[in-house]
Design a protein around this ligand. Structure first.
Ligand SMILES: CC(C)(COP(=O)(O)OP(=O)(O)OC[C@H]1O[C@@H](n2cnc3c(N)ncnc32)[C@H](O)[C@@H]1OP(=O)(O)O)[C@@H](O)C(=O)NCCC(=O)NCCS
Length: 181
């Protein structure tokens, strides 16, 4: 299947917009190369940098390389307010077995408005559509807000009890669902 066909199938399960808790409309869209500058600017504005397992990287050059890596290798979805990128989530959907690591960042002024939950729900549907067995992530135990969102999605803790803990979400429907990769 061509990458255009894959994208079209994934688009079918993406809502094109989210209404946040303030009633503001946030557009949701698959990352395109023309979005790079907007994404870079979001991470330039992002605060605090470096807190979540060193991400987003504090150093400008390292951050730029990290971003190039993400957009070249991962499946990326953006949350956009007006013409401003305010949220980004990503998963690697070309690895095998399909147990991608999940990443999500919402810009400071837009947190606690339901956007992280809504975007994560979209990514869960994407993972199901791709036939992922599970999705994994690492989170600081002190990041109780992120943990609340991840548990709500169906993630649970696994592995060693450490300051940064692994979480995983098993996608039971993956085996029976339509696999598009
Ligand atoms: C974690 C993050 C993605 C969540 O996205 P968000 O849009 O802020 O999340 P939502 O608004 O959908 O949900 C947050 C929930 O946590 C609750 N919350 C807020 N602060 C909290 C805290 N300190 N402890 C526990 N829960 C908290 C909110 O009330 C909300 O719950 P509710 O919907 O029941 O009211 C976002 O805050 C973020 O990008 N943070 C910085 C980067 C980060 O931590 N990324 C994850 C790295 S693993």
């Amino acid at each position: 299947m061509s990458s255009d066909e894959q994208k079209r199938l994934v688009f079918e399960c993406l809502p094109t917009q989210i209404k946040d808790k303030r009633g503001q409309l946030i557009r949701v869209q698959i990352y395109e190369a023309s979005d790079f500058e907007g994404l870079r600017q979001m991470y330039d504005r992002f605060e605090p940098k470096g807190l979540e397992c060193g991400l987003p990287p504090y150093d400008d050059q390292v951050r730029l390389r990290w971003l190039h890596h993400l957009v070249s290798n991962l499946f990326n979805v953006l949350a956009i307010y007006g013409d401003r990128v305010i949220g980004h989530s990503a998963m690697a959907l070309s690895c095998s077995p399909l147990c991608p690591e999940y990443l999500i960042f919402i810009e400071k002024g837009f947190r606690n408005r339901g956007i992280g939950t809504a975007l994560s729900a979209v990514m869960k549907e994407v993972a199901k559509k791709f036939g992922c067995d599970k999705v994994v992530l690492t989170v600081r135990t002190a990041n109780t807000r992120a943990i609340k969102v991840f548990k709500r999605m169906g993630f649970s803790f696994c592995g060693k009890i450490e300051p940064c803990r692994d979480m995983e979400m098993t996608l039971k429907s993956a085996r029976t669902g339509r696999r598009i990769k």
